[in-house]
Design a protein around this ligand. Structure first.
Ligand SMILES: Nc1ncnc2c1ncn2[C@@H]1O[C@H](COP(=O)(O)OP(=O)(O)OP(=O)(O)O)[C@@H](O)[C@H]1O
Length: 512
């Protein structure tokens, strides 16, 4: 007779799972149970140990202590392929797609089948679950939101019994979230269990049957999220109520910090996002929010503004920073004019993953007195890194920590801190609080408002409507490469902006 180590009616049991990185305990004696079909939220602040726990279940790393019991049997999940064979799938927070090949080629790396068969299967899954994905698209041309859809589809194609989702909705627009939830509920009805990491408490209340709260690597509570308010969940997680940003009326000056005039860009990649006659102005002392579903041109706009993509000399004046045409100059020259930039991809574009935090500050802050006569001033560098860590409450083991060892939200806070500390005259920021827990997100938004109040012009690209409304003074909406005229944030409702996000804006209105 087969001996069972655990309860065979449970799909998954974790017993006393402990994971250490050196002397640091990231998961400390974690116990957890999951039944078939159960959707369980994993809640916790940035750095609480959520991703670490999921990586252990998915076999990316081994626990130092404790047991994993699967369908009643103790298992050693020694690799992700062992996990997949057991029926465990994972959608990652940091994407694991190869940039230089297509969607279907990426999926063929883990799912058997010929490319035409897989392309057809992808189309079917995409249809079934309302996830808009083109199997032939090249991954490098996809926005973060689109990449996330690919990750989700790849997982679903393996028909998992347990699906681990690490912040799957962080860049999905509201209607796609509802479609995804429809999908996840369908999967749950068919017996698929889910571990669901999210910082979005309303979504957790909407979707999940149970919630486990982690603090400093330990389970500190379990609750039924449907019987708790979002404020209750936040309190369980961060130990206090969530503050909201204090946001007095903006007092922008007249002279634009950033002026974009009739900017069009034909993306050479047929799957990439193009821009169609985009015009806008951002003035010192105001926050201008760009709302929109990802994939509508925001990432192309951000690349053009930062200098990652350059314009021809003849149209360089389509982008002006403090009256200087910059469309054709390097990011470095734009930075010299006082522009700083926080891209949405914090690991790939904003930091060098295998360098320390201390060295990562040099990437953009080298002009702030950190380098003199070609030599790095180590003390100044260390002070800058320390201030960045303390001012943004970056949970790490200090400036010598390697960037990729930080939890996603903490790395995001670090990147933002680095750019804010440079006291920019113009800050362009994409998805500022992506992956940041509710307490820290409130802190970040407050920092942006405070920076605005010192006279900085801020352009914020965000898919989070709540965030757009919380701190923007004026709002534009992007749709299919076009930008709406701006509206005063206080004069519109979320429904109005939601409709604009679906393309219902007057095309004849252009921003002044
Ligand atoms: N490879 C590693 N080496 C050293 N420390 C690590 C490593 N991976 C994670 N950590 C640390 O373990 C802790 C838990 O990180 P983890 O990514 O699990 O947090 P999280 O709860 O998922 O956070 P977030 O909400 O920001 O994603 C963090 O302090 C992090 O710095």
């Amino acid at each position: 007779m087969k001996t069972t180590a655990g309860d065979p009616t449970l799909l998954l049991q974790l017993r006393n799972v402990t994971k250490r990185y050196g002397t640091f305990v990231a998961n400390d004696g974690v116990n957890l149970t999951l039944e078939q079909g159960q959707i369980c939220a994993i809640l916790g602040e940035n750095g609480a140990g959520k991703s670490t726990l999921m990586k252990t279940i998915y076999g990316i790393q081994q626990p130092d202590e404790g047991e994993i019991i699967w369908n009643g049997d103790k298992v050693a999940v020694t690799s992700p392929s062992v996990a997949r064979n057991l029926g465990i799938g994972m959608v990652f927070q940091h994407f694991s797609l190869f940039e230089t090949i297509s969607v279907v080629e990426n999926i063929s790396l883990t799912v058997p089948g010929t490319l035409p068969e897989l392309a057809e299967a992808i189309r079917q899954k995409a249809d079934e679950y309302g996830l808009d994905v083109n199997p032939e698209a090249q991954v490098h041309g996809l926005s973060v939101g689109e990449r996330q859809r690919v990750e989700i589809i790849r997982c679903l194609m393996q028909n998992p019994k347990l699906l681990i989702l690490d912040e799957p909705t962080s860049v999905l627009p509201p209607h796609s979230v509802q479609q995804l939830f429809g999908t996840l509920r369908k999967l749950s009805d068919r017996g698929v269990a889910m571990l669901y990491i999210s910082h979005k408490l309303e979504e957790i209340r909407d979707l999940c049957h149970s919630a486990v709260v982690l603090r400093q690597g330990r389970v500190t509570g379990t609750t039924n999220p449907r019987n708790a308010s979002s404020a209750d969940l936040a309190r369980l997680m961060i130990g206090q109520d969530i503050p909201t940003a204090r946001h007095a009326e903006a007092k922008p000056s007249c002279e634009p910090a950033l002026k974009v005039t009739d900017l069009s860009y034909e993306n050479p990649d047929p799957q990439g996002e193009s821009l169609d006659n985009v015009s806008m102005v951002v003035r010192p002392g105001e926050i201008v929010g760009i709302a929109g579903v990802s994939g509508n041109g925001q990432s192309t706009l951000a690349r053009l503004l930062s200098g990652e993509i350059k314009l021809a000399d003849t149209i360089a004046d389509q982008i002006e920073v403090f009256d200087t045409p910059v469309g054709n100059v390097t990011p470095g020259k734009r930075r010299k004019l006082g522009l700083t930039f926080v891209p949405e991809d914090r690991l790939g574009r904003a930091t060098v993953p295998n360098m320390s935090l201390s060295d990562n500050v040099l990437l953009t802050a080298h002009r702030a007195g950190l380098v003199r006569k070609g030599l790095i001033r180590r003390r100044t560098q260390a002070n800058f890194a320390d201030e960045c860590i303390s001012s943004m409450d970056v949970r790490s083991r200090g400036r010598h920590s390697i960037a990729s060892s930080l939890s996603g939200g903490n790395l995001q806070k670090f990147v933002l801190g680095r750019e804010i500390l440079l006291k920019p005259r113009l800050l362009i920021v994409s998805q500022p609080t992506w992956g940041i827990d509710v307490g820290a997100a409130a802190m970040v938004r407050q920092k942006l408002v405070d920076l605005r109040d010192t006279g900085t012009a801020i352009l914020m690209i965000s898919e989070e409507l709540e965030e757009i409304f919380e701190i923007s003074d004026r709002i534009h909406v992007m749709y299919h490469g076009k930008l709406s005229a701006s509206v005063q944030a206080r004069s519109v409702t979320a429904e109005d902006v939601g409709r604009m996000m679906m393309g219902e804006f007057d095309q004849t209105m252009r921003a002044a």
